[in-house]
Design a protein around this ligand. Structure first.
Ligand SMILES: [Zn+2]
Length: 294
């Protein structure tokens, strides 16, 4: 999916951090706790806060800036402009859904970082991958993960895969606002666990956004924000969902596939729920907690 050229996007939506350095002996512990958070989608910020006090772990620093104003044409070639533009389309979509559904809406913050960073959930290094921190309502995206997507999907598929990841993390923000992250069973990690349901719901929300972004008309230009994807591009989005599925990650890491440790759902499940979001476009259709048919 590409942005329709002609429009532009204001600067300041995305914070950038370059050259952040992990510091303190406790960083390993903080990362381990983070991984648990990221994989299970539950809020470990309380635990991390105490961990921080005990270990004195810190990270961050580096050069902080923001993504400047950029055009839709830039969004098609420049990663950070694309990130910023994608967030604007997500803001517009979820503002409308929230108004219709009576959800008290706040836009999430976003940080694109390289190396390491400090978050409301503790210290993080780029090894963590993209994640959402409920404590500071911020989506954190590390540049190296996007490099990996580019390597995996190429110049054609990479950009949409990036947008999909942003939309998935934004989905976690919406779950946070709707109270969906409360009362989850944090220990259960099987195929039908709360963690898997949470992740598949975020994929479904990403599908809702993708369909909206492809069909929503910008009142300023009278045209859609995004060029509606071709079947091929949609297939790329689905292969991104597939490649990020836990079973795939496990298989390619040489550890074999073990359904008992799935926390994001299988490739097939992730594709299916993205498609349900795309086709149905409602929060009700995306209620992965209300069905046994995951
Ligand atoms: Zn997730």
């Amino acid at each position: 999916m590409t942005f329709r050229e002609g429009g532009s996007f204001e600067g300041g939506r995305v914070r950038t951090r370059r050259g952040g350095v992990a510091a303190g002996g406790g960083i390993g512990l903080a990362i381990v706790a983070f991984l648990v958070y990221q994989l299970t989608g539950v809020d470990l910020s309380g635990e991390l806060a105490s961990l921080q006090q005990v270990t004195g772990a810190g990270a961050g620093g580096g050069q902080v800036g923001e993504v400047p104003e950029c055009t839709a044409a830039d969004a098609n070639t420049n990663r950070e402009c694309r990130l910023s533009a994608t967030l604007y389309t997500l803001d517009a979509f979820w503002t409308d859904v929230s108004a219709a559904e009576g959800i008290a809406f706040d836009i999430p913050e976003a940080e694109s970082f390289q190396g390491a960073t400090t978050t409301g959930c503790g210290a993080a290094s780029a090894a963590v991958g993209p994640f959402y921190c409920p404590a500071d309502q911020t989506i954190y995206l590390d540049v190296s993960f996007f490099d990996e997507l580019r390597t995996r999907f190429g110049a054609e598929g990479g950009p949409f895969a990036e947008m999909y990841v942003v939309a998935h993390e934004y989905g976690h923000h919406m779950q946070h606002l709707m109270g969906r992250m409360e009362g989850l069973d944090r220990r259960d990690t099987g195929p039908g666990s709360d963690g898997v349901r949470l992740e598949l719901q975020a994929d479904c929300y990403a599908g809702m956004w993708a369909h909206d972004a492809a069909t929503r008309v910008d009142p300023d230009t009278g045209r859609t924000f995004l060029v509606p994807p071709t079947d091929e591009e949609l297939a790329q989005a689905l292969s991104a969902a597939e490649a990020i599925g836990d079973d795939h990650i496990q298989a390619s890491s040489g550890g074999g596939v073990n359904p008992d440790t799935w926390t994001h759902g299988s490739s097939e499940q992730r594709q299916r729920w993205f498609t349900i979001g795309w086709n149905e476009g409602t929060l009700t259709a995306c209620d992965t907690f209300a069905t046994d048919d995951l």
